[in-house]
Design a protein around this ligand. Structure first.
Ligand code: BGC
Length: 793
């Protein structure tokens, strides 16, 4: 291609966009409000001015740990760059863009060589806790804060949020994800994205799609019915693309139905772009897939981190260049992908030549981190009003987790915060903590802790065995103190799945003994026992919960962990979080328990294939449809006050009247009937007529959280359900269908709707929404059951 010098150079584009050096965040935001069309037009013009090699260089990252071409700054500890282009002939001066993880904050190195300044970021609560707030407005604030930190540190794209469905409790990365349900996933993600992108920084929703386990994650082939993909695994991404306009999306490591997701044209080009209208850039996960050419042709615009693919050994840029030279990679494809990338790059702070301030407001964000941590903790049990514990009470604090407190998980989801408040410090800030026990624990911890790196070498974690106390020591505490608090923690992280064994899904023997010993001693004295769970996700509770009076599920609550936990225990904050995932009675009850995390089909000793035999019956969809008893249902969470629901009404029903555009509107009044101020989350579950498709008994279709209601206070909550959320996927006819007929709606405090009288409404005319024929089809010979579960061959 002949390179002509054009008047329409990047600097002209910059001028056209009113950009200048040292542009403020506000100005960049303003710039980002330019229509998509403008950015795309400018990008198109620009890409057309580039040589073919420049275009190709945009499609592959510079390599891990290498600054991108034309990087204006080097941000230590970022995950990667998008190469820029600098060409004095054409006048093109496109700076490299900086990419950082995600999702619990901005992951960069806290210190830099030959630099005395520090670059700590706020450790926010993990994704699962954010979802448990059921409070998009609050989550948007987290997004804004993350966006501000990214902007301050010179980061252009945040590699988050993680939007995979929590199919099985043992997925090692569940903590990074939101929920077992696509609606919660979508609404929380959209709020966070709005917040981040309001600051002029892009998000990268990930991992598209069905990255629901870590075992052999770079190669596992997930065999999933098109119906389960559409209704469960893709649905949250789809809604988010429609409503939040994410700048970027990351494809996943795994294969789906035989092909790497990053190499699937039907997934990326036909569904994501074609059906959903995604206009952002698509990047691969780090070293994913095995063919740069296949990725490029599929529409995976950007290959990360670039250089040589560690798994396949392929030098990716050379592979693309060779394919182009050989006529196997069309210039049109290269150009289209480059335009997708540049359209987003020209929105970034790097493009606007923003000088990083490197001074985010860490104090304000610490306050926000704590506020959100408290809003997402879930009170699972509170017998005999064990909680709240009056401030100043004598507390006996047990469990080494009060020192090994986990702010978040390991791997790329870790954040380098400048502090973590452990549970011991948190309790001491509100209560009179038993000093004898305290010194036993702290001495034990100091003498026995070990430091380990995670399997990727990204995070360093402290471990320490549980301290065995004698019966006499525990009895003394029961004598001296008013209440026992036992803390239990778990670590999880990228690269490994969890196990259904003692010390992970089950309590370790030491933890079980501790709970029994402490409960016996304190109950003998008529004193209460509280357990705090500082964990990444679901663990067994059914086997030990009867021994204790209260259980606070704190998840991984970010850097202010201890203070946030103490605020809930003391009643300074009334818990209002609810589960966005089910706690089953037994791991074996989990619908995917028999298939997770796959099988070794070729006998080489490595798991290679994961048959999704649970189909659309994931999480509560399975338990409620099959009447399987659970320990704590999806949507459940206690409060220190009580709420009553009244006047549930279907206010408007235009579903079926206006094609896709109709809506269902409902409302309910929630009153605080207890004597403490608090917030309540109400959920709308809808039971749809089967009409030829077997469906879950009911599914979550809307939710809303009250503001803080004082005792006696009331609020009317409004719910709007777009027609699209009422559709099921008819795989045989490759279309979405909202069936005609009678529907039931339960407005309920949790997914247990057994006490709720349903409202009814009728859809007079079915609504059909066509989808791409043949997309994501199962490999030949694979059959499914009526709810899209794979019949394992
Ligand atoms: C993870 C991604 C992450 C990327 C860059 C990968 O190993 O799967 O979630 O964004 O690394 O750090």
């Amino acid at each position: 291609m002949k390179v002509t010098h054009s008047l329409f150079t990047l600097s002209a584009i910059a001028a056209a966009l009113s950009l200048a050096t040292n542009v403020t965040a506000k100005e960049t935001v303003h710039h980002n409000q330019h229509s998509k069309m403008t950015a795309e037009k400018l990008a198109t013009k620009l890409v057309k001015e580039m040589t073919i090699n420049e275009r190709l260089s945009l499609l592959v990252g510079p390599g891990y740990g290498v600054d991108g071409t034309n990087a204006l700054k080097s941000v230590s500890g970022t995950a990667g760059y998008i190469n820029g282009v600098l060409n004095s002939d054409s006048g093109i001066d496109l700076p490299a863009a900086v990419l950082s993880d995600g999702p619990a904050g901005i992951r960069i190195d806290p210190t830099r060589d030959d630099d005395s300044a520090t670059y700590y970021a706020t450790g926010f609560p993990v994704g699962t806790l954010l979802a448990s707030t059921w409070d998009p407005k609050l989550v948007k604030k987290i997004g804004k804060a993350v966006g501000q930190e990214a902007y301050a540190y010179g980061v252009d794209f945040w590699l988050a949020p993680g939007m995979n469905i929590q199919r099985d409790p043992l997925n090692g990365r569940n903590f990074e994800y939101f929920s077992e349900d696509p609606l919660v996933t979508a609404k929380i993600a959209e709020a966070e994205i709005d917040g981040v992108q309001s600051q002029g920084v892009g998000v990268t929703i990930k991992h598209f799609v069905a990255n629901n386990s870590e075992t052999n994650r770079m190669n596992v082939d997930n065999i999933i019915s098109p119906r389960a993909l559409r209704e469960i695994y893709l649905r949250g991404f789809e809604d988010t693309v429609e409503n939040a306009d994410p700048w970027a999306l990351m494809t996943s490591y795994n294969k789906v139905n035989g092909t790497y997701t990053s190499q699937r044209y039907d997934l990326i080009t036909q569904i994501l772009r074609g059906e959903w209208g995604f206009s952002g850039l698509v990047m691969s996960d780090w070293y994913a897939g095995d063919s740069a050419v296949a990725q490029t042709k599929a529409g995976n615009d950007l290959i990360q981190p670039g250089g040589t693919n560690l798994v396949s050994g392929e030098a990716q840029l050379s592979a693309l260049e060779a394919a182009y030279e050989a006529g196997e990679l069309d210039e049109k494809v290269i150009t289209a992908n480059a335009i997708h990338i540049v359209t987003q790059m020209i929105k970034t702070p790097s493009y606007a030549r923003v000088t990083p301030s490197n001074t985010p407001d860490l104090d304000a964000h610490a306050t926000l981190s704590k506020e959100v941590a408290e809003a997402g903790m879930v009170l699972l049990k509170n017998n005999g009003s064990a909680l709240p514990i009056a401030s100043g009470t004598n507390v006996a604090s047990f469990g080494i987790a009060q020192y090994t407190t986990r702010k978040g998980g390991t791997g790329s989801g870790d954040v380098n915060s400048d502090h973590v408040i452990d549970i011991a410090d948190g309790l001491a800030s509100q209560f009179t903590v038993d000093s004898t026990l305290q010194s036993l624990y702290s001495t034990w911890y100091t003498n026995n802790r070990t430091t380990e790196s995670d399997s990727l070498g990204v995070s360093t974690t402290y471990y320490c065995d549980e301290l065995s106390l004698t019966d006499a020591q525990i009895s003394q505490a029961a004598e001296d103190d008013d209440i026992a608090v036992i803390s239990i923690s778990r670590v999880a992280g990228e690269g490994n799945d969890r196990t259904a064994t003692e010390g992970d899904y089950l309590l370790s023997e030491d933890e079980s003994n501790l709970i029994s010993q402490v409960s016996t001693a304190f109950h003998e004295k008529d004193k209460k026992v509280v357990v705090v769970l500082n964990i990444p996700g679901v663990i067994d509770t059914a086997s030990w919960r009867d021994n204790v009076d209260a259980i606070l599920l704190a998840y991984m609550p970010g850097q202010e962990a201890g203070y946030a936990i103490a605020d809930i225990l003391s009643g300074e904050t009334n818990p209002s979080g609810k589960l966005a995932q089910t706690f089953p009675m037994d791991y074996q009850d989990v619908p995917s328990a028999s298939s997770f995390a796959g099988v070794d089909t070729d006998g080489d000793g490595t798991i290679d294939t994961n048959y999704y035999d649970d189909g659309i019956l994931v999480g509560y969809r399975y338990y409620t449809t099959n009447d399987v008893e659970v320990a704590y249902p999806f949507g459940y969470g206690l409060s220190y006050t009580k709420f009553a629901y009244s006047h549930p009404v279907v206010q408007l029903n235009s579903v079926g009247n206006k094609g896709k555009k109709g809506h269902l509107k409902l409302k309910v009044t929630v009153a605080n009937t207890g004597d403490t101020a608090g917030q309540e989350v109400a959920q709308v579950y809808i039971s749809a007529p089967q009409n030829g498709l077997t469906k879950p008994r009911y599914e979550l279709k809307a939710f809303a959280k009250t503001h803080t209601l004082r005792p006696g206070g009331k609020q009317t909550l409004h719910f709007t359900i777009p027609t699209r959320w009422l559709a099921s996927f008819d795989a045989a006819n490759h279309q979405w269908v909202v069936a005609s007929g009678m529907y039931k709606a339960y407005i309920s405090p949790s997914s247990d709707v057994s006490d709720i009288a349903p409202l009814t409404f009728r859809v007079k005319k079915a609504v059909i929404i066509p989808a791409t024929e043949g997309a994501l089809d199962l490999p030949a010979g694979i059959q499914t059951n009526a709810t899209g579960g794979i019949l394992v061959p």
